[in-house]
Design a protein around this ligand. Structure first.
Ligand code: C2E
Length: 885
């Protein structure tokens, strides 16, 4: 794998260098061409310049030779004329006759043998006698008649402004007779120069082979200018030729191509200099342009090369990544349970994707589609599955191509060829295709469906649960809304379930719930739904609910059914039910509201008396609110110590002696004054506040006894009321024991009153708590006896000490014989079972008298004393002490 990677990396890096390489080759070729072409151009230009210089030099030489021939002929003619005239020739006359009119002829002079000028067309500066001139001496001393070319003696500049042509004059005897001198302006010989042909910086020069003569013209300056361009006598080896003279040969420092030609007739050399810069200007410009173009092209090529490299690298990187992804996917999935596919996008001419082709897959992937890998490769996605599914498959692939990533789960269409039910798809865009992973999640989906079912079902009863109800309501309510019919919700709460659960144990409670569920189901139409909402709460949904009468009928049927006891653990258990009804859309537009309103209606019904149904009414809110407010106030009252105990004495029927006193709680409200317990105890029982209140009562009663003891008052036992809720909550005996210990009180000073109904069921936990209280030494009272259904033998089994007969029976005394008979029976049986009998609610002397007659042990009631604050009670205790004393 590593070797493959290395080979791949090398191949990629070679490819990445392709563009820069091509660009480099182009640059090399370009510059080679540019340089070769430049050199050739320069060479050609040089050759042309040399050729031109030689050509010009030849032309110049001909020009000079012609001019010199002219001078030669003129001087020859003058010589002959002078000699024929016997020395009487006057050049002035010739001038007058129109000769020597050319400006170039500065002067034509004839000197005699002594050097004296005898005739002259113009007087020149300098001596009138030329005997001292070199040429004169030459002619005098040489018997030659050839033309002599001279430089005027007074000129010392390297460039001559004029030039003198002289010829020996001879007398008849060939003796020296004088000299004819023709002074010609130097530019006569250099006017060959033309800037148009030789350039602004070109030059012409005429040189004598002896080096004594030099005429020159360059640029616009004439040879008469003082400055000489050519420095020194250049070496001109052949008769004609051309060579490059560097800048050092010229005063302006500019190199020139020098062409020269020796005159065949005269000892002079005609030379032409073409400034190299001018001769080469065109070639240089062409070269410069070409170089600039080449530089530009080089820049473009470098950029192209760099761009090409970047692009190639990117493409290669992409290819590499694609390859990596493919390889990684294949490696990762080949042996795995996932199916893997590489699908390449097939595009139309406009570049739009019209299909995908499977270019790679693993065996597992092919298996999912019921084919082999070989069969799947090359297949079009649109043809892999049935038409309808192919459409959605293509849409999914297209979406993945545009977003780059897509992950979802879907159920594959029912197709016998497919070996996958539910699949988890992951599509990742890779270049012009997709890497697709398919996992078979059918098993998980089945599991999820099972979980879903379990999440929606109550395990105990098999009924749908609250979660299901919420979902169900969404559909049901929208359907009802669309159809315009009502939906009724019956919120059912079992009245005495808690009691059964607490007294009979959870197994019995569970059984009761199962039976309740079955009973509910049996009462309803198949279209109605029963839900276990939680605990002992059930919800029945009636949809459509034709009318309130219909809902009422169902509710009554349920109440009727629940009025029948259940057989649980071979015992009859009567639980009853309370029902609250809310109706869609009247009482709420959504599930949550309907459930809450059903609950409120149920609660309101239950508060008014169990075993009834009630329709929701917005006014119920007020009740709930006031209850809530009351609860809050009661919590504050507990915290702020506003609950105070009043005490009501219980006296011996016969002696009137104080036997005990009952602690009765009062809410000393800062604004409302004294609030009686019936206004808040039932509510405290229903909301659980009775537990802290009960603990508070025991603590206050013990503290009060300790205080009276500290005041040296005689102490009588205090009986406290303990509600069934406190027993359910448990731990009364521990709390009581703690308070007795805290205040160092004997247990005999506290008695506990339990209502008869609280003991119903004889649940083990209550029995255990009663036993624990008795072990402490606390006496146990049965409160409100006669209102429940307990038999005396049951109470005896529970080893209750005192029987407090409800005031409803006391009030009958003296009014009817039945009341007295009933009371008589209770007293007799209680005494027989060893229990003390207390008559509650004694209001009259008559009642007291009868009770005395009946042998009732103790009495309590307004006739004896009303419940009173601790201070008043303290006074009574003092009285009691005085009586005893
Ligand atoms: N008509 C009439 N009534 C008489 C007469 N003698 C006493 N009463 C009243 O009868 C009730 C006796 O208390 P109860 O049956 O335990 O009934 C109590 C008891 O069940 C409950 N209660 C009071 N204090 C507590 C408490 O601390 N804890 C608990 N759990 N319940 C309490 O509140 C109920 C009412 O208490 P109260 O309003 O104080 O009412 C007291 C008392 O004032 C009489 O001659 N005629």
């Amino acid at each position: 794998m590593q070797r493959e990677d290395t080979r791949l990396a090398m191949r990629h890096s070679r490819r990445a260098l392709l563009w820069p390489g091509i660009a480099l080759l182009c640059v090399v070729a370009l510059w080679s061409f540019t340089l070769i072409k430049g050199r050739a151009e320069t060479r050609n230009a040089e050759l042309a310049a040399h050729k031109d210089a030689s050509g010009y030099a030849e032309g110049y030489e001909q020009y000079i030779t012609r001019s010199l021939v002219q001078m030669d002929q003129i001087t020859m003619q003058l010589k002959q004329s002078w000699e024929q005239s016997g020395g009487q020739l006057h050049v002035e006359d010739l001038q007058r006759d129109g000769m020597f009119t050319d400006r170039a002829f500065l002067a034509v002079r004839i000197a005699d043998s002594s050097g004296r000028i005898v005739t002259s067309t113009r007087r020149l500066a300098g001596p009138e006698n030329i005997a001292r001139a070199d040429y004169f001496r030459f002619h005098r001393n040489n018997n030659s008649t050839s033309l002599s070319i001279n430089v005027p003696t007074q000129q010392h500049d390297p460039i001559q402004r004029s030039i003198e042509f002289s010829r020996r004059l001879e007398g008849p005897d060939d003796s020296f007779a004088g000299v004819v001198v023709l002074t010609v302006a130097a530019d006569y010989f250099t006017s060959f120069y033309s800037a148009r042909t030789l350039g602004d910086e070109g030059m012409v020069t005429m040189l004598s082979t002896s080096g004594t003569l030099r005429l020159e013209q360059h640029g616009n300056a004439s040879a008469s200018d003082d400055a000489s361009l050519l420095l020194g006598q250049p070496e001109l080896p052949q008769d004609s030729g051309s060579r490059l003279l560097d800048g050092g040969s010229f005063s302006d420092g500019k190199a020139r191509i020098f062409g020269w030609r020796r005159s065949r007739a005269y000892p002079v050399v005609a030379a032409v200099g073409l400034a190299q810069s001018e001769a080469m200007a065109a070639a240089n410009t062409a070269n410069l342009n070409r170089t600039q173009s080449a530089m530009l092209a080089t820049l473009v090529l470098v950029l192209l090369g760099a761009w090409g490299r970047v692009m190639t690298q990117r493409a290669l990187q992409r290819r590499h990544e694609e390859e990596e992804v493919r390889r990684a996917y294949r490696t990762a999935t080949e042996s795995a349970t996932d199916g893997f596919y590489m699908a390449m996008a097939l595009r139309n001419e406009a570049g739009q994707i019209r299909d995908f082709e499977i270019v790679d897959c693993n065996e597992r992937g092919a298996f999912f589609f019921g084919v082999t890998r070989g069969e799947l490769l090359g297949q079009r996605v649109s043809l892999m599955v049935n038409h309808l599914f192919a459409e959605s498959l293509l849409q999914t692939y297209l979406a993945a191509m545009s977003s780059g990533y897509l992950e979802d789960e879907r159920e594959m269409p029912a197709d016998n060829r497919l070996n996958i039910g539910w699949c988890h798809r992951r599509l990742v865009r890779v270049g012009n295709g997709l890497a697709v992973t398919l996992s078979d999640v059918s098993e998980r989906k089945r599991h999820e469906a099972e979980l879903q079912r379990m999440a929606n079902e109550d395990a105990l009863t098999g009924l749908p649960n609250r979660h299901w109800l919420e979902e169900f309501f969404k559909h049901t309510l929208s359907q009802a809304h669309a159809a315009g019919h009502a939906v009724a919700l019956l919120f059912i709460d079992l009245d005495e379930f808690k009691h059964v659960n607490d007294t009979q144990g959870h197994a019995a409670g569970d059984e009761l719930l199962r039976q309740a569920a079955a009973r509910l189901k049996s009462l309803l139409r198949p279209s109605d739904r029963v839900v276990r909402f939680g605990g002992d709460e059930f919800v029945v949904v009636i949809s459509p609910a034709d009318s309130d009468a219909h809902s009422s009928a169902v509710a009554e049927r349920i109440l009727q059914a629940f009025s029948q006891p259940f057989m649980v653990a071979e015992e009859k258990q009567s639980v009853g039910a309370s029902i609250g009804i809310s109706v869609f859309p009247r009482d709420g537009a959504d599930a949550e509201t309907l459930i809450r309103h059903g609950d409120i209606a149920m609660y309101a019904g239950k508060s008014d008396g169990k075993g009834q149904y009630r329709f929701f009414d917005p006014s119920l809110y007020k009740q709930i609110k006031s209850r809530t407010r009351l609860k809050q106030h009661l919590i504050e009252a507990i915290e702020r110590d506003q609950l105070q105990l009043y005490y009501q004495p219980r006296v011996d029927t016969q002696t009137g002696q104080l036997c005990s006193m009952e602690a009765l709680v009062r809410w000393i409200h800062p604004e409302q004054g004294v609030i009686p317990p019936l206004d808040f105890i039932p509510m405290a029982e229903s909301n659980g506040l009775i537990v802290p209140i009960g603990e508070l009562v025991i603590a206050q009663a013990c503290a009060q006894l300790a205080q009276w003891r500290a005041q040296d008052l005689p102490l009588a036992p205090i009986s406290v009321n303990v509600s069934p809720k406190q027993f359910s909550h448990g731990g009364i005996h521990r709390h009581l024991e703690a308070q007795l210990t805290r205040y160092q009180l004997p247990a005999s000073l506290i008695e506990v009153e339990i209502t008869e109904s609280a003991m119903l069921g004889e649940h083990e936990s209550i029995l255990a708590q009663l036993a624990a209280l008795r072990t402490l030494g606390v006496k146990l009272h049965v409160d409100d006896f006669g209102t429940g259904y307990s038999s005396l033998s049951q109470l005896q089994k529970l080893k209750m000490d005192v029987l407090k007969v409800d005031k409803a029976f006391t009030s009958q005394l003296g009014l009817s014989t039945e009341g007295r008979v009933f009371f008589q029976a209770i007293v007799s049986m209680a005494h027989a079972l060893g229990m003390t009998v207390v008559a509650e609610g004694v209001e009259t002397a008559g009642q007291l008298s009868i009770l005395r007659d009946l042998g009732c042990n103790e009495v309590q009631g307004y006739y004896i004393a009303r419940p009173m604050p601790a201070q008043e009670m303290a006074g009574m205790l003092q009285q009691h002490q005085a009586l005893r004393a």
